[in-house]
Design a protein around this ligand. Structure first.
Ligand code: ADP
Ligand code: C5P
Ligand code: MG
Length: 210
């Protein structure tokens, strides 16, 4: 796993690079962690302080399902079971949201969730993430948080939560291992109070932190 300093250096050298081939590509940070690890909470903080656009793929899928689109029922059924929606659907939503934002700095939250997601993003955009922010949290803490989340989500019940944990271990951890082998994972202990977690997050995004 990379350290905060290494991740910060990666981010800063990317932003400061004066090479045309990288200038055209947006800055992308993937935000991963189990369900309830605090990805959305911390992304809100990062946006407030560092001017990124936060795209939660789970939120994009829920909005698409609620819009009554032709994929709506499929998305609802799959998310209730904690299954990963085909990348074709996800990528369409993600690329549309990136374009509409008008920004060139993105926190892509809850993605890539499996190898298929990862390959689809890489081939579809040609963008290499600057690094992966990984919120590491024990299942029992995540379970407690999800059962208290109270946002009316159909998948925040104990049966769905258990399925989501299993999918995270089986499908998402291999993606983390892939990026870890490239030295791109910055792991944060997420089992602490929100403000303490954000203190660690800040050290990565603050430009002058060395
Ligand atoms: P994720 O996006 O990873 O599923 P959320 O950010 O939605 O997680 O957080 C899940 C729940 O846990 C929310 O109710 C949130 O307020 C709460 N929460 C987030 N971070 C923490 C934390 N560090 N300590 C305690 N509760 C937290
Ligand atoms: O990230 P979040 O917990 O909001 O995701 C909710 C659900 O959305 C996931 O359990 C999964 O069913 C679906 N999802 C997906 N592909 C992604 C992200 C989320 O299918 N890349
Ligand atoms: Mg979330």
């Amino acid at each position: 796993m990379g350290t905060a300093v290494e991740a910060s250096n990666q981010l800063n050298s990317f932003e400061g690079a004066n090479v045309s081939s990288v200038e055209e590509k947006p800055t992308v940070v993937f935000v991963l962690g189990g369900p309830g690890s605090g990805k959305g909470t911390q992304c809100t903080n990062i946006v407030r302080q560092f001017g990124y656009t936060h795209l939660s793929v789970g939120d994009l899928l829920r909005a698409e399902a609620e819009s009554g689109s032709e994929n709506g029922t499929m998305i609802e059924n799959m998310t209730k079971e904690g299954q990963i929606v085909p990348s074709e659907v996800t990528m369409t939503l993600l690329q549309r949201a990136m374009k509409q934002s008008g920004n060139d700095k993105f926190l892509i939250d809850g993605f890539p969730r499996n190898e298929e997601n990862r390959a689809a993003f890489e081939h579809g955009t040609g963008i290499e993430p600057v690094f992966i922010l990984f919120f590491d949290c024990p299942e029992e803490e995540m379970e407690k948080r999800l059962l208290c989340r109270n946002q009316g989500r159909k998948d925040d019940n104990i049966a769905s939560i258990r399925k989501r944990f299993k999918v995270f271990l089986e499908s998402s951890l291999p993606v983390l291992a892939y990026y870890d082998a490239k030295g791109k994972v910055c792991k944060i202990d997420a089992a602490r109070p929100v403000e303490e977690v954000f203190e660690s997050v800040k050290t990565i995004f603050e430009p002058n932190y060395v």
